[in-house]
Design a protein around this ligand. Structure first.
Ligand SMILES: *[C@@H]1O[C@H](CO)[C@@H](O)[C@H](O)[C@H]1NC(C)=O
Length: 436
């Protein structure tokens, strides 16, 4: 009896220690600096977030297609205006914080080929290219005092789900002739092996300086095709699964659905949910504590029309991306503050919504939240699925239940960094952190 009590206490102590060890990885995309008005983000907004973050991942660097060297994508901002230096200086005030520089991330369009990310495969294809990349990356990391490198490698994305309609069929037919239907990358198997080699080589190069190496698995990149978890995991500090954007207005302009469900839904593809991605990495030999689960801070927004029906229940036929929001200025994407300010309050609901959105919560805690407004008079219809503090917290609880290594907030510049929703700054980051 006494022994079992001691064991229980020991287990409990161990469990709380493990929790304290959880990572909170905060992504910071520098293109937020180019937004205007309330959306514009600069370093002065960063500090209230950093009390919650264990790692700051700054993006994005790119690859020079001529010599395969890693380069700042925004030289003016990162180097001339010294944003790199200002970032790593933050470690003086936040001594536990680790600051990493990320390369790729879907932001690098430097390849001249119409396939913007071809350069990421070309780098892999020869030892010399990989060496040029690794040496240049290490130079930048060390020169500016970063703690390590995050590889957000730009592999080709899965093809989006096809919707059967005569119009769509016509285009699919044309495309078929040009690029082929399902073969995205004929050398995928080679690229997978070469990427493993790259990871091993970066680790060897970094070992002496104790630099960190992490991976970001980007949305819609098929892990089965490009990642070998068993071979990779021993060489990386952690892997962040960007397990969202399974549905986007760009990829799925005719049908809206949950963009970032935790679990699978009836009648959907089995791999379009976070849990599937996590299980793949675990089953293939990645240790739990090296897996980090990405939580988006934005919503995917489509335009509802007469064919969308009245219930808002997804999946639903839809008419392309919704108009850009006032802060982010990107069609089909709304930051959390752009959404929260559109949701009807109880008083507005009583008064008949007044053009605001009706929010629909998810009592199952498995799929996510959405909000919508039917098209009416001069007001446009809109359907947006997004994270709120509740769903972000549910994802953190999932991470805890699975014993994973932590959460990533992607990206903190689209969270409510000004406190426009309720006065609290960074409500999604906060809610997720406190549920870990
Ligand atoms: C990912 O790749 C595997 C193996 O090639 C394939 O079976 C699966 O359908 C792919 N998933 C998607 C979403 O394309």
């Amino acid at each position: 009896m006494v022994t079992s009590k001691i064991i229980l206490i020991t287990l409990f102590a161990f469990a709380s220690y493990a929790n304290a060890d959880n990572k909170v990885v905060c992504y910071y995309d520098s293109t937020s600096n180019l937004r205007t008005g309330q959306g514009k983000f600069d370093l002065s907004f960063l500090e209230p977030a950093l009390q919650f973050c264990t790692h700051l991942v700054y993006g994005y660097a790119g690859i020079n297609p001529d010599n395969f060297k890693m380069v700042p994508l925004n030289e003016q901002f990162d180097v001339t205006k010294e944003n790199y230096r200002h970032l790593t200086d933050l470690k003086r005030r936040f001594p536990g914080l680790r600051v990493l520089l990320s390369v790729g991330g879907g932001s690098d369009v430097s390849g001249e080929d119409s396939e913007k990310n071809l350069i990421y495969r070309t780098v892999l294809e020869s030892v010399d290219h990989r060496l040029a990349f690794i040496n240049s990356a290490k130079d930048i990391i060390k020169h500016y005092g970063f703690d390590g490198l995050d590889l957000a490698w730009e592999f080709p994305e899965n093809k989006p789900k096809k919707i059967r309609s005569s119009f769509k069929q016509f285009w699919v037919g044309i495309k078929h002739k040009i690029v082929g239907e399902s073969v995205l990358d004929e050398q995928a198997a080679e690229h997978k092996e070469q990427f493993t080699a790259l990871v091993r080589e970066v680790r060897n190069s970094f070992r002496h300086d104790g630099l960190l190496l992490t991976l970001s698995v980007l949305p819609n990149v098929n892990s089965t095709v490009y990642y070998d978890p068993r071979q990779i995991a021993p060489h990386v500090d952690f892997v962040t699964l960007h397990a969202y954007d399974f549905y986007t207005p760009e990829r799925n302009p005719k049908e809206a659905d949950y963009p970032a469900p935790i679990y699978d839904l009836i009648d959907r593809k089995v791999d379009e949910n976070g849990d599937y991605q996590v299980r793949y990495w675990l089953q293939q030999g990645c240790p739990n504590n090296k897996l980090v689960f990405g939580i988006p801070t934005y919503g995917r927004a489509w335009k509802m029309d007469e064919d969308s029906g009245l219930t808002g229940v997804p999946p639903l036929p839809i008419d392309g991306p919704a108009e850009a929001g006032p802060y982010t200025n990107e069609a089909g994407l709304l930051s959390y503050p752009e959404i929260c300010t559109k949701i009807a309050t109880p008083n507005e609901i009583k008064a008949g919504y007044l053009g605001k959105l009706r929010k629909v919560n998810d009592p199952t805690k498995r799929y996510g939240t959405y909000a919508f407004r039917l098209p009416k008079d001069d007001k446009e219809g809109i359907w947006v699925a997004f994270e709120d503090p509740d769903t972000a917290g549910q994802k953190a609880s999932y991470v805890k239940a699975k014993g994973l290594g932590g959460i990533a907030i992607v990206d903190i510049t689209l969270d409510d960094f000004r406190g426009l929703c309720t006065g609290d700054k960074y409500p999604l980051l906060r809610a997720a952190k406190f549920r870990l």
